[in-house]
Design a protein around this ligand. Structure first.
Ligand code: ZN
Ligand code: ZN
Length: 216
């Protein structure tokens, strides 16, 4: 059996949270517990999945607003993983203060993501792809055997991540897309932090921001 997942669109800016699991061992992780943690827990409970990890693609508040509720209701509380370059952003509330939000960020990250790190749900492997630009410590999570890339706010259907935010950089983002997204096979499904899913091939051909980026 291969990686199974549930997508939920949650919170004030419609962020996609992904509950991913190994259906054989029932081990699950939440990629970006965006908001309303109880709704994520409900989905896990309905499938008898056990949440063992919280994985953050990056530390914008809308991607971990539900982490506290998930951690509080899970025993033992799942550790939170984040790339260290995004720790300052996490500590600053993920930019929430700029939006007038003040929320419980949940447990402090204790696992440092690094590029090429392997993650396991039972015998299903995912790997970390470091893709800065939208934020300095942004990562994407790739499951090669399932041909899935959980790409956070790096690339969207027909668009790319914002780079007008503090700590963001356009050239760095484009380099990340070229090296860490367009290097994957065309049939790789992209599960972004906002909006509908797409594929590498679809974006390579039609995403207006990628035209002229060149082959990898
Ligand atoms: Zn973001
Ligand atoms: Zn976002």
């Amino acid at each position: 059996m291969s990686l199974d997942f549930v997508a939920l669109t949650l919170g004030p800016v419609e962020t996609n949270a992904y509950l991913v699991a190994n259906p054989a061992t029932r081990e699950a992780a939440v990629i970006d517990p965006a908001w309303d943690g109880h709704l994520i827990l409900e989905q896990a409970l309905a499938r008898n999945w056990r949440i063992t990890n919280i994985w953050l693609t990056h530390a914008h508040f809308d991607h971990f607003g539900g982490a506290a509720a998930v951690a509080d209701a899970t025993h033992p509380p799942p550790p939170v993983a984040l790339h260290p370059e995004d720790y300052p952003l996490w500590r600053a509330g993920g930019g929430s203060r700029d939006f007038g939000f003040n929320f419980d960020p949940g447990p402090e990250p204790t696992i440092d993501f690094e590029h090429d790190q392997q993650l396991f749900l039972g015998d299903i492997e995912l790997s970390v792809r470091y893709a800065p630009g939208h934020s300095p410590g942004h990562v994407m999570l790739y499951c090669q055997e399932a041909a899935l890339l959980f790409c956070g706010d790096v690339i969207f259907s027909g668009s790319i991540g914002r780079t007008d935010l503090p700590r963001a950089d356009y050239e760095t983002l484009m380099e990340s897309i070229r090296e860490q997204v367009l290097s994957l096979p065309d049939d790789t499904r992209l599960l972004p932090g906002h909006g509908p899913e797409t594929t590498v091939g679809q974006e390579r051909q039609t995403n207006p921001f990628l035209q002229g980026l060149g082959e990898v």
